[in-house]
Design a protein. Sequence first.
Length: 166
Amino acid sequence: MTGTALLTPARLLAAGIVVPLAAVGLALVTQHVFGMQPCPWCVLQRLIFVAISLAALLGLAGHLMRLFIVRRLGAALIGLLALGGIAAALWQHFVASSSTSCNLTVADRIVSGVGVDALWPEVFAPYASCADAAAKLLGVPYEFYSLTLFIGLGGTAMLLWRRRLQ
């Protein structure tokens, strides 16, 4: 099997569903098992990962029903959300992590505006300030892991967008 045969639209979209949800799952393990409490920017990135999974699910449904415009819409949404995730991770690292308070920041407003912090606080409620939540995992700033995933998901979206109809 060649490398391009492994990168079918269905597999790319399935990865777009599973990988972001796995990232949120790992974040929850580090929060609830290891005590790494999230700040609003961490929580916003979790929300973006869930939205990417939903966009990939939409794209996969479009692909399976041969509604290729829906598949492309899913890919476009994945790409746009990944760009938002990249911006959030970079902002968290370069700006928010040096701030003692991230109360009422854009991230805090989005999370509370969507209402997921009240709906599912175990997953989406921020419990730490941005400076307190600045942590390293294996010597790497925590937000760089999500940054790497967002970049990969953005690349996946580009592959899906450019992929010929199959």
